[in-house]
Design a protein around this ligand. Structure first.
Ligand SMILES: [Zn+2]
Length: 140
């Protein structure tokens, strides 16, 4: 579960454009603004409890292939190892539920709704956008 950061988000009138490890980001997403990793993803996730959606960035050393996912949970698999990408298991950013209190879903792994962007690269200057991997998560 991530820390509540409403002391930051409540002072800014616009909602965060995306999140990285529970941290609100207000710039447009680009992998150079996220993780130092060979593969960077921007994923639309959904809180399992209140259904709030968040665009969340991940970085991983895994490599994806379209529609290669674990059949029950729908998380993508690393094509090199055949295992679920470990970074796919992530809690949603801290948020309040519909009742205005700490959402129970803060401590539960968020569902993937869609892959919004995938970038692969070896350095911050050499990113390749993988448009072929964009799309709805196969279990939705
Ligand atoms: Zn929630």
């Amino acid at each position: 579960m991530y820390y509540p950061l409403m002391d930051i988000t409540d002072r800014i009138s616009e909602p965060p454009k995306w999140w990285f490890q529970g941290i609100p980001r207000y710039c447009d997403y680009h992998p150079s603004e996220a993780a130092y990793a060979p593969t960077n993803l921007l994923v639309k996730t959904r809180c399992e409890y209140c259904n709030s959606e968040f665009d969340v960035a991940f970085g991983t050393s895994a490599f994806l292939q379209k529609n290669i996912v674990e059949p029950v949970l729908g998380y993508p698999l690393d094509i090199k190892t055949g295992l679920i990408i470990e970074e796919a298991y992530d809690d949603p950013p801290f948020h309040l539920g519909k009742n205005g209190f700490n959402c129970i879903g803060n401590s539960v792994t968020a569902d993937w709704v869609a892959i919004l962007q995938v970038w692969e690269g070896e350095s911050a200057l050499n990113w390749i956008r993988r448009f072929d991997l964009d799309g709805l998560s196969p279990d939705f």
